[in-house]
Design a protein around this ligand. Structure first.
Ligand SMILES: *Cc1c(COP(=O)(O)O)cnc(C)c1O
Length: 423
């Protein structure tokens, strides 16, 4: 269990002053997000990548309607994995309607993945015109039975690589056994089985096996593996692939000593890789989730009690794993800092104006749930008192919707959507 205490501004979307304003404007606990940061990150990433590379935002990382609408406005593609996500994207696109932004904002396309697609999922994805990433022959059989267009339905196969996958901590799963996709070594049989269904045409590939990767070279190595699989798939099929989806996995730092992913190196490396794979002339897709949404959000919660028990000092918070589950699930560090209240209503006795100096205590951050599982982590913080505000950074991805909100029936946290430099 670890939570990194940090005052490193780059890990927090909001300044202390903005965090106090946000926490005062609604009941805490709450999430606060900055739409302007999401826009900036999307445009920066798109500018860093070769033109052939389309950005499909992974909706699961944060399906917040204002965020989806902003990305839709700029022509983002979307990566969906349920009928609910397809509907959310449909609503966002409808909201944007005739008001796209930027000269190149043609509506993006949709890709659809998932290891256990229901009939409702597949039908929603088809109706939305999504490119479906089939996970096995069952998906192919259903699509073949439903599709009655004049042209065969173009589909992608998700392939689980045999080797050559780098993943620092298991989130998607590296190259071990996997619930996702067709194992690479079974590809020849799969291609043979697909040929039995002439109303679908296998003409693309998705490979995604590693998440939260901070090293551009490691991402590029996975992409090289994917292109190698693509080349074999194309020769097995005997016709050209028109789309290769390299998945998500672009990492963000969760601690002071973590670097930022070098997106320019990633872009340059992708350009080189595509140039070296002249056999492939189709479109490329990347599906970043965390990289786009994570740094846009913070989670704000107040200290309810401070308690010492047998040598451990607990800060017991308004919200715990019912709102922020990722630190417990991954065992990885998570940035947190205490936000000094400059009006002196909840003065800490750290003796310093910014509250960062003074004696540090190792607090075990516990939530309100009646289970000892409810621990966000431990953090070295200045003296805490009831009412003090804590801010968790990088909480825009895998935060609100990844938590176990309904457990113990506490109120659902508010989500604030800020736009502009108020932060
Ligand atoms: C979760 C997921 C993503 C996004 O992953 P990040 O690590 O957040 O970039 C992209 N594609 C698929 C298929 C996913 O399941």
């Amino acid at each position: 269990m670890s939570t990194a205490t940090t005052t490193d501004g780059r890990l927090f979307a909001l300044s202390d002053a903005a965090a106090l304003l946000a926490a005062d404007s609604v009941d805490t606990p709450c999430f606060a997000y900055r739409i302007d940061l999401a826009r900036e990150r999307f445009l920066d990433l798109r500018a860093a990548l070769p033109r052939r590379v389309n950005l499909a935002y992974a909706v699961k990382s944060n399906p917040g309607p204002p965020l989806l609408a902003e990305l839709a406005r700029w022509g983002a593609w979307f990566d969906c994995a349920s009928a609910g996500e397809v509907a959310a994207v449909g609503t966002a696109r409808h909201a944007v309607g005739a008001h796209p932004a930027g000269p190149s904002a043609v509506p993006g396309r949709m890709v659809f993945a998932g290891p256990a697609k229901s009939e409702a999922d597949l039908r929603a994805a088809l109706a939305a015109g999504a490119r479906i990433q089939v996970d096995g022959i069952e998906d192919v059989q259903r699509l073949a039975a439903w599709h009655h267009g004049p042209e065969p339905l173009a589909i992608n196969v998700r392939v689980h690589p045999l080797e050559g996958v780098s993943e620092t901590a298991s989130i998607i799963g590296g190259s071990g056994p996997s619930a996702f996709g067709v194992d690479e070594e079974e590809l020849p049989q799969f291609v043979g089985a697909c040929a039995e269904y002439p109303t679908v045409r296998l003409s693309g590939l998705q490979v995604f096996s590693a998440s939260n990767e901070l090293d551009a070279a490691a991402l590029l190595a996975n992409h090289r593996t994917a292109l190698g699989i693509g080349e074999r798939l194309q020769s097995l099929l005997g016709h050209d692939l028109d789309l290769i989806d390299l998945g998500g996995g672009l990492g963000i730092p969760y601690a002071d000593d973590s670097p930022e992913l070098d997106i320019r190196a990633l872009g340059a490396g992708l350009a080189e890789l595509l140039a070296a794979n002249a056999w492939f002339t189709g479109e490329v897709v990347l599906e970043p989730g965390r990289w786009l949404s994570g740094p846009t959000g913070v989670y704000l919660t107040r200290v309810v009690r401070v308690k010492r028990s047998r040598g451990t000092t607990f800060a017991i918070l308004q919200g715990g794993i019912n709102h922020l589950l990722r630190p417990l699930m991954t065992g990885q560090s998570f940035p947190v800092r205490s936000v000094p209240d400059r009006r002196g209503l909840t003065v800490t006795d750290s003796g310093s104006e910014d509250g960062a100096a003074g004696e540090l205590t190792a607090y075990t951050l516990a939530g309100p749930l009646c289970t000892s599982l409810d621990r966000i982590g431990t953090a070295e913080l200045g003296p805490l008192e009831p009412g003090d505000l804590l801010m968790f950074g990088q909480a825009g991805a895998y935060g609100f919707t990844q938590a176990m909100t309904n457990f113990l029936s506490h109120p659902v946290p508010e989500q604030l959507w800020l736009d502009g430099s108020s932060a």
